[in-house]
Write a protein that binds this ligand. Structure first.
Ligand SMILES: Cc1cc2nc3c(=O)[nH]c(=O)nc-3n(C[C@H](O)[C@H](O)[C@H](O)COP(=O)(O)OP(=O)(O)OC[C@H]3O[C@@H](n4cnc5c(N)ncnc54)[C@H](O)[C@@H]3O)c2cc1C
Length: 468
């Protein structure tokens, strides 16, 4: 007789593995199907975790080579050991993925190894690497199959010279010239890694600005800062072809609106123009699961598809493609299945770019608030006026808080600066509790901390910052 479960999750990324653990905590007999030989999905294997390991390592290299003299620390020679840096990354990935395996065992989640597909509602087939199949029965199915890199027509990926983010995490040498196609956060992060290690980085972006979802003022400052670090930008430009040879790649570029073509030489090209939902071989058509116009699985507020008993979360459904969004949806979906009131507040999902300085935001941008016709006030505070930032010799950037002009409720916070990705979370908590700028301004902040810049920006909303 086939094994039977209360819940079978397909995909063990941050959405799927978190959902499986939460469901098991709530007493559901749970299995998780994963095709990779390691748990953790894109995030732990080829995404968030390895990219942050390389960002941290390359930041340290850059600091050792260029950043310590200002502190009176003289380094005679900082030398890159790229295999050593990659070993650090691999060790971190290994520890994290094994950590999820341990959590599955601890919570009695069964890992079904292989490629999962939906034979019918309540029936999942698992195809193992040796070709054998198992069929399991389940009361509910949760699709958490994530996403994959978006291909660029006319550009063939070989993961050596023309790479996706996956290839960019494992280059065997620092390229002299790296061209990043796409000015989104993944391309800018990977560009930062290789730029810090010595590559000349050129970003080619179709739109007239980088990271288009970012608050405009922060985006401009971000581009200026990256420019100072050596990034070159070719905006409003599209890549229409790529020709690889033994020594490099010749890209053909064209103005976004059309016009005269030009060529650009590179040693390595990183194609990072976005990600698309991954549903290949899942059997969604057979099961009758509806997709939206962008081939994402359509769900209702309870993460249930049009087929009763089949749910979906994470990158494979609508919304920002972020690990923490997938995790929160995983928890909410599991709680709903267990009869609780799971919920995700999509108005308070932080977005972070882990370059240096970091860029972090939560809530609405100034452009969105203006377009909605809401009267608002802005408070800003630069890190040049923050004592701790000066002590750290890290004064690039500012905090910007936007509040409703009538109620003073915080509508959006945008930070470019050191540790922005950590600092943003006090604003997330504040917004989750519907705080006003005055609430943040009246909260005692430890001194000397970078977070004092947030308090000062909140004071600046009312025109009364102290330290500027
Ligand atoms: C380079 C890079 C850096 C990133 N950095 C960040 C970051 O700093 N912060 C952040 O929040 N997000 C980041 N992301 C995005 C983040 O990785 C994703 O948003 C997140 O992993 C989505 O989680 P998920 O669970 O929906 O899917 P995934 O993590 O994609 O997991 C899906 C899993 O399902 C498996 N699978 C698919 N189909 C099947 C099947 N039929 N049967 C069995 N298994 C299957 C896949 O093998 C995969 O392991 C980054 C992404 C990349 C590529």
């Amino acid at each position: 007789m086939a094994d039977s479960y209360d819940l079978v999750v397909i995909g063990a990324g941050p959405g799927g593995y978190v959902a499986a653990i939460r469901a098991a905590q709530l007493g559901l007999k749970t299995a998780c199907v994963e095709a990779r030989d390691r748990l953790g999905g894109t995030c732990l294997n080829i995404g968030c975790i390895p990219s942050k390991a390389l960002l941290q390592a390359s930041h340290k290299m850059h600091e050792a080579a260029h950043g310590l003299a200002a502190f009176g620390v003289e380094v005679t020679s900082a030398k890159l050991n790229l295999p050593g840096m990659m070993a650090h990354k691999d060790k971190v990935v290994d520890a994290n993925t094994k950590g999820v395996e341990f959590l599955f065992k601890k919570n009695k989640v069964t890992w079904l190894k292989g490629m999962g597909s939906i034979a019918a509602p309540g029936k999942v087939v698992v195809k193992k690497t040796d070709g054998a199949t198992d069929t399991v029965e389940t009361k509910r199915i949760l699709i958490a199959t994530g996403s994959e890199s978006m291909p660029l027509p006319g550009v063939e990926i070989d993961e050596k010279r023309v790479v996706t983010s996956t290839g960019a995490l494992t280059l065997s040498a620092v390229p002299k010239r790296l061209v990043v196609v796409g000015g989104g956060y993944i391309g800018l992060e990977m560009g930062s890694v290789w730029g810090r290690l010595g590559a000349e980085v050129t970003v080619v972006e179709f739109l007239d600005r980088i990271v288009p979802t970012m608050d405009g003022e922060v985006g401009k400052q971000f581009q200026r800062t990256l420019g100072k670090q050596g990034f070159k930008f070719k905006l409003s430009t599209k890549v229409v072809g790529a020709k690889s040879s033994a020594t490099g790649v010749t890209l053909t570029l064209e103005p976004a609106k059309g016009g005269t073509q030009e060529t650009l030489e590179a040693d390595v090209v990183l194609v990072s123009i976005g990600r698309r939902p991954y549903t290949d071989g899942l059997g969604l058509e057979r099961a009758g699961v509806a997709l939206d116009e962008r081939k994402r699985v359509k769900v209702n507020h309870h993460f249930e598809t049009n087929v009763p008993g089949i749910y979906a979360i994470g990158d494979v459904i609508a919304g920002p493609m972020l690990a923490h969004k997938a995790e929160d949806e995983g928890v909410a979906a599991a709680e709903i299945m267990a009869g609780q009131a799971g919920h995700v507040n999509y108005d308070v999902i932080p977005g972070i770019v882990y370059t240096w300085p970091e860029v972090a935001s939560v809530g609405k941008t100034e452009e969105e608030i203006k377009a909605a016709g809401i009267e608002y006030r802005v408070g800003k505070f630069p890190f040049t006026a923050n004592g701790r930032a000066r002590a750290n010799n890290d004064t690039d950037g500012f905090v910007k808080i936007i509040a409703d002009a009538k109620t003073d409720r915080v509508l959006g916070v945008h930070i470019i600066g050191p540790e922005a990705g950590t600092m943003i979370h006090e604003c997330c908590v504040a917004m989750e509790f519907s705080a006003s700028a005055e609430d943040i301004a009246r909260t005692c902040h430890g001194h000397p901390t970078l977070n004092e810049a947030i308090k000062e920006a909140a004071l600046a909303v009312d025109g009364r910052p102290i330290h500027i």
